[in-house]
Design a protein around this ligand. Structure first.
Ligand SMILES: Nc1nc2c(c(=O)[nH]1)N[C@H]1C(S)=C(S)[C@@H](COP(=O)(O)OP(=O)(O)OC[C@H]3O[C@@H](n4cnc5c(=O)[nH]c(N)nc54)[C@H](O)[C@@H]3O)O[C@H]1N2
Ligand SMILES: Nc1nc2c(c(=O)[nH]1)N[C@H]1C(S)=C(S)[C@@H](COP(=O)(O)OP(=O)(O)OC[C@H]3O[C@@H](n4cnc5c(=O)[nH]c(N)nc54)[C@H](O)[C@@H]3O)O[C@H]1N2
Ligand code: SF4
Ligand SMILES: [Mo]
Length: 726
C-alpha cells in the first residue's frame, strides 16, 4: 500500500489529491491539504475518479465498426493499418486539407494528446482543426489577441485582495472556476465579504454562487447591453481612472463613441435590470478600492461573446483595476504557452477564413459549429476524414442532429475515447486511451491560470486496464502510417525525417527548464525540471501569487500597451444594435446549468455520481409555468426554431421570469449504460449552428439565450417546432 500526491485533471481547478494504491488499484482518494493552490479542497468528482478506471463500460481494446453498425474488438495493428490505408486514400484523392483533427475539453489535462493533436493538424496544414474552445472560450482568444497582442493573455481575478467582485455568468461554487485556477475558490471569495467587501453576481438564475452573495438577475444573452451601459455611465460621469488609462492603454478616446448610442432605458429593457441598478453598479465598480470584473461560460456563449468579453476587460481597465493588487492580474505559468505558441507561429487571428461560412480562424482553428457544413458541402477542401480526441461533439456542440449526420457521412472517422458515446458510436474506429492516474503528465491548462503559481508533474500510479495506449502515442501511430511527424516544431520535423521521434515530454522539459522558473540545466539551483518534479511528491509552490505591475512584460503589442480600439469591436457593437432580441413565438430564453457532479458530458456513467434523485429538468418560474399549465414534475416538450426535446419540469423561482434553465448534456446514446439509462433530453438539439447565429467574430457557438417554448407533453407540438402554449 502506498500514498501518492497527485493532481486532479477532471476540471480546471486542478486540485491536489492524495491517492492510496493497493494491489495496483486506487482504493482511496482524499484532498491534499499541502497543495499550494487547492489547500485541501476537492469535490466528489475527484474523490470518485477511480470508478472511471474500473468502469465495466470502459473500452479496453480498439473497436472496429461492422457493416451492421455494431463494434468488434480488433488488435491495434489491424485498426491502425486500416486507418492508415484509408487516410492515405483520402489524402491521395483530395489532399491533406480534407483530413481534420478535433479535440475536446479533457485534452487540457492531457498534454501529450493536446500537443500531438495540435502537431498532427499543423503537419497536415489543415484548416479543419476544431477544438472545444469554439463552444467555450474562443472569445477569450480573440480579445486576448486584439487587446493584449496574444490570444492566450488572460488576466485572472485576485480575489484574495479584492474589495469588490462583479461576476457575470459564472458559477464558481459549482464549476470551481474557469479561466482562473483559483484553489478553494468559494473560500477565497468569502474572504472578500469577510473583509467588508462585496460580490455581485449577474445571472438569470439564483445559482449556488448568486445565492451566497448579491444577486442581480439578467436575461440570458443580454450581457453586452449591461456592460456597454455600465461603460457609458462611467465615461459620462467621468468616473474612469485617467492615470491608469494613460499609462496602460491606447485608443481610450474611442470608447465614448463606441457606447454613444447605447440608450440606458433600452439596455434596462433588454437586460431586465432596471436603469438605477445599472447606474449604481457602474458607480460602485468605479468607486471600489480594488475590483475584479470576472465573467465566464454564461458570458461566453451568447450571440455577442467577443463584445461581452471585450467589455468585461474594458470595465476592469478603465476603472484602474488591471495589473494591480486586488484587480485582474497576469498569471505566471511555469510553462509559458504564450512564448511557446509565438515561437511556433501558432497564435493569431483572422489569418484565413473558413471555407463555407467565412468565419475568421482563431489560433489556427475552425469553429465546431461549422464542421457539419465543411463535411456536407462539396468542393475543394471538403472535410472527408477526421481524427478526434476526447470530444463528445455530437452532444456538446450546437445542432447535435446535424453534427451526427455529418460525422456519419465522413469517409473515415476515428475517435479516441474511453467510451462509446453519442459521438464515438458514429466512428469507424474507437481507440481506447490510458486515463489520468494511468499515465504521466502535468496539468497543462490549469497551470496557465493558477492563483498561487505552482508546478507538478506526476508519474502513472497504476497499470492501465486492458490494451489501452496513451493518446499521444495513438496519434503518433496514426501519423507514422501517413508519413507525418505530429509536431509544429521545425526541429521535430527534421528529426522525424532522420527517423528520430520523441515523446512529448522531451520538448516540454527543455522549454520548461529555460523558462523563468526553470533550472537552466542546473545553473539555477531552485529551478524546476521534469525530473525534479517527478521526484517531488506533490506540487512545488513557485510564488505566493502572480506579480503585479508587470503589464509591459506581459502584453505582446509592439508599444507594450493595451489596445482598446479595433474595428472588430466597433463592428460587433453595430451588430448588437442591429440584432433583434425578441422571438415572439419562442418567448422563453433558454440557458445552461452545470451540475456539481457532472463534468460536461462524461461523468454520467459513474453510479455514485448519478445517485440522489438527479435528473434532466427544465427550471421554469412559477408564473411562466402557470401560464402554460405546467406543474412541477410534469413531462414537458421544449421546442425552439431548431429542435424539440422532452424533459421533466422543475417549477422554481430560482430562475427569473421569462428565462428557463436546463442541465447540459443529458439524453445519452451509445455504450455507457448508466448514462443512457439516466434519460433526459439533449440541450444542443435545440440550438442552431448556422453562421448567422454564431458570435461571428470568434466562431463561438450561441448556446445561451435561445428562444424556446415549453408545453405539457400531452399537447402535440407541430413538426416545425413552433409550439403553442397550452
Ligand atoms: N461541476 C462542474 N464543474 C465544471 C464543469 C461541469 O460540467 N461541472 N464544466 C467545466 C467547464 S468545461 C467550464 S467551461 C466551466 C464553466 O465555469 P462557469 O462559467 O463558472 O460555470 P457555469 O456553471 O457554466 O456558470 C455559468 C453561469 O452563467 C449563468 N448564465 C447562463 N447564461 C447566461 C447569460 O446569458 N448571462 C449571464 N450573465 N449569465 C448566464 C448560468 O446560470 C450559470 O450560473 O466549468 C467547469 N467546471
Ligand atoms: N448547451 C451547452 N453546450 C455546451 C456548453 C454549455 O454551457 N451549454 N459548454 C461548452 C463547454 S464550456 C465545453 S468545454 C464543451 C465540452 O465539450 P467536450 O469536450 O466535447 O465534452 P466532454 O464531455 O468534456 O467530452 C469529453 C470526452 O472525452 C472523453 N475523455 C475523457 N478523458 C479522456 C482521455 O483521457 N482521453 C480521451 N481520448 N478521451 C477522454 C470522454 O469520454 C468524453 O467522451 O461543451 C460545450 N457545450
Ligand atoms: S474541483 Fe475539479 S479538480 Fe477539484 S477535485 Fe473536483 S473535479 Fe477534481
Ligand atoms: Mo468548458
Amino acid at each position: 500500500m502506498a500514498d501518492h500526491k497527485i493532481w486532479c485533471g477532471v476540471c480546471e481547478a486542478t486540485c491536489g489529491l492524495v491517492a492510496t494504491v493497493e494491489d495496483d488499484r486506487v482504493t482511496k482518494i482524499r484532498p491534499d491539504d499541502s497543495h499550494p493552490n487547492s489547500e485541501g479542497f476537492a469535490c466528489p468528482k475527484g474523490i470518485l475518479y477511480p470508478a472511471i478506471l474500473e468502469d465495466p463500460d470502459r473500452l479496453t481494446a480498439p473497436m472496429q465498426r461492422q457493416p451492421v453498425g455494431t463494434f468488434t474488438a480488433v488488435s491495434w495493428d489491424v485498426a491502425l493499418d486500416d486507418i492508415g490505408r484509408r487516410l492515405n486514400g483520402v489524402i491521395d484523392a483530395t489532399g491533406r486539407e480534407s483530413v481534420g483533427v478535433a479535440l475536446g475539453n479533457p485534452t487540457g489535462w492531457n498534454y501529450g494528446a493536446f500537443l500531438f493533436a495540435f502537431g498532427m493538424a499543423a503537419a497536415l496544414k489543415t484548416k479543419h482543426f476544431f477544438t472545444a474552445g469554439s463552444v467555450d472560450i474562443n472569445n477569450y482568444w480573440v480579445v486576448g489577441e486584439l487587446l493584449y497582442g496574444h490570444n492566450l493573455v488572460n488576466p485572472i481575478p485576485d480575489f484574495d485582495r479584492a474589495t469588490f467582485a462583479l461576476i457575470i455568468g459564472a458559477n464558481p461554487v459549482v464549476s470551481h472556476g474557469s479561466m482562473a485556477t483559483i484553489g478553494n475558490i468559494r473560500h477565497r471569495m468569502n474572504g472578500i465579504v469577510e473583509r467588508g467587501g462585496r460580490i455581485v453576481v449577474v445571472d438569470p438564475r439564483r445559482s449556488e454562487t448568486a445565492g451566497l452573495y448579491e444577486h442581480v438577475p439578467v436575461r440570458p444573452d443580454s450581457d453586452a447591453w449591461l456592460l456597454a451601459a455600465m461603460l457609458k455611465v462611467i465615461l459620462d460621469e467621468n468616473l474612469e481612472d485617467r492615470a491608469a488609462i494613460g499609462q496602460q492603454t491606447t485608443g481610450a478616446h474611442t470608447l465614448r463613441a463606441l457606447v454613444a448610442d447605447v440608450d440606458l432605458d433600452f439596455a434596462a429593457e433588454e437586460t431586465g435590470i432596471d436603469r438605477t441598478t445599472i447606474e449604481t453598479l457602474a458607480r460602485d465598480l468605479a468607486a471600489a478600492d480594488a475590483a475584479v470584473v470576472y465573467g465566464r461560460a454564461g458570458a461566453s456563449l451568447s450571440r455577442f461573446s467577443t463584445l461581452t468579453k471585450y467589455l468585461l476587460d474594458v470595465l476592469g481597465i478603465v476603472t484602474g483595476n488591471l495589473d494591480r493588487p486586488g484587480g485582474m492580474v497576469f498569471p505566471q505559468p511555469f510553462l509559458d504557452a504564450e512564448k511557446f505558441t509565438k515561437l511556433m507561429k501558432l497564435n493569431g487571428y483572422d489569418r484565413w477564413r473558413t471555407r463555407v461560412d467565412g468565419i475568421p480562424e482563431v489560433l489556427g482553428t475552425s469553429p465546431l459549429a461549422t464542421l457539419p457544413r465543411e463535411v456536407l458541402t462539396p468542393g475543394k477542401g471538403q472535410l472527408r476524414a477526421l481524427v478526434a480526441v476526447s470530444t463528445n461533439m455530437a452532444t456538446t456542440s450546437p445542432a447535435s442532429g446535424e453534427m451526427e449526420r455529418a460525422l456519419a457521412d465522413l469517409e473515415l472517422f476515428v475517435s479516441l475515447d474511453p467510451y462509446l458515446t453519442e459521438t464515438s458510436r458514429l466512428a469507424d474506429y474507437v481507440l481506447p486511451p490510458t486515463m489520468l492516474l494511468e499515465r504521466e503528465g502535468f496539468p497543462l491548462f490549469g497551470q496557465l491560470h493558477y492563483g498561487v503559481p505552482n508546478a507538478s508533474w506526476t508519474d502513472a500510479i497504476v497499470t492501465p486496464r486492458g490494451d489501452v495506449r496513451d493518446d499521444w502515442r495513438i496519434f503518433d501511430d496514426i501519423c507514422r502510417r501517413i508519413g507525418l511527424v505530429p509536431s509544429p516544431a521545425p526541429g521535430a520535423q527534421l528529426m522525424g525525417r532522420l527517423g528520430i521521434r520523441l515523446p512529448p515530454w522531451v520538448g516540454v522539459d527543455l522549454f520548461m527548464r529555460v523558462s523563468p522558473d526553470g533550472d537552466l540545466f542546473g545553473l539555477r539551483r531552485r529551478g524546476i525540471s521534469r525530473k525534479k518534479l517527478l521526484r517531488h511528491d506533490g506540487a512545488i509552490k513557485l510564488h505566493d501569487r502572480p506579480a503585479t505591475g508587470v503589464l509591459r512584460k506581459k502584453v505582446h503589442t509592439k508599444d507594450k500597451r493595451v489596445h482598446l480600439e479595433h474595428p472588430v469591436f466597433t463592428s460587433e457593437m453595430a451588430r448588437l444594435h442591429a440584432t433583434p432580441s425578441a422571438d415572439a413565438e419562442h418567448p422563453l430564453r433558454l440557458f445552461t446549468i452545470r451540475e456539481l457532479r457532472s463534468q460536461n458530458s462524461w461523468l454520467h456513467n459513474v453510479p455514485k455520481l448519478m445517485s440522489g434523485g438527479r435528473g434532466c429538468r427544465l427550471r421554469i418560474h412559477p408564473d411562466d409555468a402557470a401560464a402554460r399549465g405546467i406543474e412541477d414534475g410534469m413531462a414537458i416538450a421544449v421546442a425552439s426554431r431548431w429542435g424539440r426535446i422532452e424533459v421533466e419540469a422543475r417549477v422554481t423561482d430560482e430562475v427569473m421570469p421569462g428565462s428557463v434553465g436546463l442541465n447540459q448534456h443529458w439524453g445519452h446514446k451509445g455504450g455507457w449504460k448508466v448514462a443512457v439509462a439516466a434519460g433526459g433530453g439533449r440541450y444542443n438539439d435545440l440550438v442552431p449552428n448556422d453562421s448567422a447565429t454564431l458570435d461571428v467574430a470568434s466562431g463561438n457557438a450561441w448556446l445561451n439565450g435561445i428562444g424556446v417554448e415549453a408545453v405539457p407533453i400531452e399537447v402535440p407540438v407541430p413538426a416545425d417546432g413552433a409550439a403553442v402554449p397550452a
